[in-house]
Design a protein around this ligand. Structure first.
Ligand SMILES: Cc1ncc(COP(=O)(O)O)c(C=O)c1O
Length: 379
C-alpha cells in the first residue's frame, strides 16, 4: 500500500465518522483494569491487554454501519442468511458447515455445553495450559473436568501434540487448542496438527480455535479448514474481533461437518443475536482485502518495533505468530501490571512453568512507544 493510501486511511479513521472507531484512545481507564488493580495515576495511554486491532473497523465498514443504522428497527433474518452464505463461499464449504455466533466466544461456550451434556461421551476436555480460558471455564461450570497439559521450556512452550494425544482416553469428550495459541502467540506446525487431527479425531472431536489465524504467514495453509472438508472430526472457530477490528461489534463463526454442527447449534443462537449493523458491516469487511492487508502491515511494524525494544532491554520474547507477544518478566506479575498501569499502559500477566510472563498486544506505533517508555521506567 502506498504512503498516500496509508495516509488516506489514517485520515479517514481520525475524521468525524471514524472517531467512533478509536476505542483505545477514548476509553475510560476503569474499563481496562483487571479486577483488583488500583487506578493509574494519569490517563490511559495504551490499551494493550485484549489483543484488539486498533485500526479497525475499516472506513468502508464505518460507512456501512452508518447506512445500516436507520434500519435498526428491523429483524435481520435475511442479512444473517446472506452473511452465512458469504462466509461459506469464502471458506469454500457448503452453508450447512457454518454456524454463526455473536463473537466466537458464544460458540466456544456452546461447544463447552455440548461437551457437558452430549449423550454417551466422556466429560473431560484435554487442553494445553495455558490457553484461552473461555471454553474450559464455561465447561467447568457444567461439571466437565479439564485435563491440562502444561507448556514447558523443553518444548520451547510449543503445544506438544504427542503429550495431548497421550492424555486422550475413554473419558475424553473433546480436545481444545488454539492455533496460534493465546497467550503465547506460538503457531502449531500445520502439518503436525493435520496428522494429529487425523489420528486423534478417530477417538474424539478436536476444536481448533483459529482466532489469530489471519496473522500467520499463510492463513489458508495454516488453517485446519481443509481437514473439515475431508470429513475429519474437527471443529474450527474463527472471529472478526481481531484483524477485522470487530471486538465490540461481535461476530464469529464455527466450521464443522453438519452432523457435529447440528448438535452444537442446540446450545447456540445460530446468529439470531448478531445485530443487523454488525451483519451488514461484516459482509463488507470480509471483502475489504485492502484494509486487512493494511492492518496486517501495521501489526508487523508494531511487532518489529516491540521486538527491538525487548531486545534492547534484555527481555526474551516467545516467537509470535499473532497480534501480541509474550515474554518472561523479572518481577511478580501483579506488580508488573500495576506498575505498567501507573505509567498508563495496560497489559496482562500470567504465571506458568514457575515463571511470570507479560502478554502485550500490538497497538499503534504511538501505543508501542508508550509501552516502551513505561517498560524502561519500571525495569
Ligand atoms: C483464542 C481466542 N479465541 C476466542 C476469542 C474470543 O473472541 P470473540 O468472542 O471476540 O470472537 C479470543 C479473544 O480474545 C481469543 O483470544
Amino acid at each position: 500500500m502506498s504512503i498516500n493510501r496509508r495516509d488516506w486511511l489514517r485520515a479517514s479513521l481520525l475524521s468525524g465518522l471514524s472517531m467512533a472507531a478509536a476505542p483505545a484512545a477514548f476509553c475510560e481507564p476503569e474499563q481496562e483494569m483487571p479486577l483488583g488493580y488500583k487506578a493509574p495515576q494519569g490517563p490511559l495511554k495504551a490499551r494493550l491487554s485484549a489483543n484488539e486491532n486498533p485500526y479497525g473497523p475499516s472506513p468502508k465498514v464505518l460507512k456501512t454501519i452508518t447506512e445500516a443504522a436507520p434500519d435498526g428497527y428491523l429483524y435481520a433474518m435475511e442479512h444473517a442468511r446472506k452473511f452465512r452464505k458469504l462466509v461459506a463461499d469464502t471458506e469454500g464449504v457448503p452453508e450447512e458447515y457454518i454456524l454463526l455466533g455473536a463473537g466466537s466466544g458464544e460458540l466456544l461456550t456452546a461447544a463447552s455445553l455440548w461437551a457437558a451434556y452430549r449423550p454417551n461421551a466422556g466429560r473431560t476436555i484435554v487442553a494445553p495450559d495455558p490457553t484461552f480460558d473461555q471454553l474450559p471455564r464455561a465447561a467447568i461450570k457444567h461439571g466437565v473436568n479439564i485435563d491440562r497439559v502444561p507448556l514447558v521450556a523443553a518444548d520451547g512452550y510449543d503445544i506438544n501434540l504427542n503429550k495431548l494425544n497421550e492424555r486422550v482416553n475413554a473419558q475424553t469428550g473433546m480436545v481444545y487448542l488454539c492455533n496460534p495459541n493465546n497467550p503465547t502467540a506460538i503457531i502449531v506446525d500445520p502439518s503436525k496438527l493435520r496428522a494429529f487431527c487425523e489420528s486423534v479425531g478417530a477417538k474424539t472431536p478436536i476444536l481448533v480455535d483459529e482466532a489469530y489465524i489471519d496473522y500467520t504467514p499463510d492463513p489458508k495453509a495454516y488453517s485446519m479448514v481443509d481437514m473439515v472438508k475431508k470429513g475429519s472430526n474437527v471443529i474450527i472457530t474463527k472471529t472478526f474481533s481481531k484483524v477485522h477490528g470487530f471486538a465490540g461489534l461481535r461476530t464469529g463463526y464455527m466450521i464443522a461437518k453438519p452432523e457435529l454442527l447440528e448438535q452444537i447449534s442446540k446450545f447456540a443462537t445460530g446468529g439470531g443475536c448478531i445485530s443487523m449493523t454488525t451483519l451488514r458491516a461484516a459482509m463488507v469487511s470480509l471483502q475489504d482485502k485492502e484494509f486487512i492487508n493494511y492492518s496486517l502491515g501495521k501489526a508487523k511494524e508494531s511487532k518489529d518495533f516491540l521486538l527491538g525494544v525487548l531486545k534492547q532491554t534484555n527481555y526474551e520474547p516467545l516467537p509470535s505468530g499473532a497480534n501480541f507477544v509474550m515474554f518472561p518478566i523479572r518481577m511478580k506479575g501483579e506488580d508488573f501490571v500495576t506498575r505498567m498501569m501507573d505509567q498508563g499502559v495496560s497489559i496482562r500477566q500470567w504465571k506458568f512453568d514457575g515463571q511470570y510472563w507479560c502478554r502485550v498486544s500490538l497497538g499503534t506505533m504511538d501505543q508501542m512507544k508508550a509501552f516502551a517508555d513505561a517498560l524502561k521506567v519500571i525495569s
